[in-house]
Design a protein around this ligand. Structure first.
Ligand SMILES: *[C@@H]1O[C@H](CO)[C@@H](O)[C@H](O)[C@H]1NC(C)=O
Length: 209
């Protein structure tokens, strides 16, 4: 009986500790303190509305080799998000453009199709794929840490707006993490059954630039 209460007590404690702490102030616009080069909250009486507006995603950014432009609006580029537990992304796809398989270690993402038709999906830890074409006005959720991907399958450009339940979701692209990170060749050749020629082609393609 005592043991059961004890277990319940600890389980309850665990659940409580498993969530992000709530902010203890209205907001904390992060600012570098020049003297110590550390982050601190800007004095709230010096805050203005401009601290809460980000204007850098009115149009797409530069398109990469897979036909994708993705602009992350996280707390690093939008300090007003600091401590608020959320962030945003604008992704634009050329016709046929691909957002390569990737994941966000610290956040669930919910993505809204502003325009276009996008084959969109994720893979769970049983390697089951959940994917379909979603269209303008639909949203899809990508659970935290799951590998996900998108491709514009329509014949016009596509735009997706996504939000995250972390101010800094993090991003790892699978091809770059595997082939562009400097893991030893012998390991990659064995792991993927590649010849050294095949591997060097992949390494060249996914080298960081
Ligand atoms: C914030 O700014 C106000 C007005 O300038 C000042 O009175 C206050 O002392 C400042 N607070 C801190 C913590 O520096």
């Amino acid at each position: 009986m005592y043991l059961r209460i004890l277990v319940l007590f600890f389980l309850n404690g665990y659940v409580t500790l498993a969530s992000d702490p709530d902010p203890v102030q209205d907001f904390c616009i992060s600012e570098i303190e020049p003297a110590t080069n550390t982050n601190h909250c800007k004095n709230s009486s010096a805050a203005t509305v401009e601290d809460f507006v980000y204007s850098g995603i009115k149009s797409p950014g530069k398109f990469g080799p897979t036909g994708l432009s993705a602009i992350s609006v996280n707390s690093n580029i939008f300090p007003g998000l600091n401590t608020l537990g959320m962030s945003f992304v604008r992704a634009d796809f050329e016709v046929g453009g691909v957002n390569v398989p990737h994941y966000h270690p610290r956040a669930t993402e919910i993505a809204f199709v502003l325009q276009g038709k996008v084959y969109s999906g994720f893979v769970d830890t049983n390697n089951k794929v959940f994917a379909k074409v979603i269209e303008k006005g639909e949203v899809m959720v990508f659970p935290k840490g799951m590998v996900h991907f998108q491709m514009n399958v329509g014949d016009t450009p596509a735009t997706i707006l996504g939000s995250f339940n972390s101010q800094n979701p993090g991003l790892q692209r699978i091809p770059t993490a595997v082939f562009g990170s400097g893991i030893k060749d012998e390991l990659l050749e064995k792991a993927f059954g590649l010849s050294s020629k095949e591997l060097s082609k992949l390494k060249k393609r996914f080298a960081p630039h």
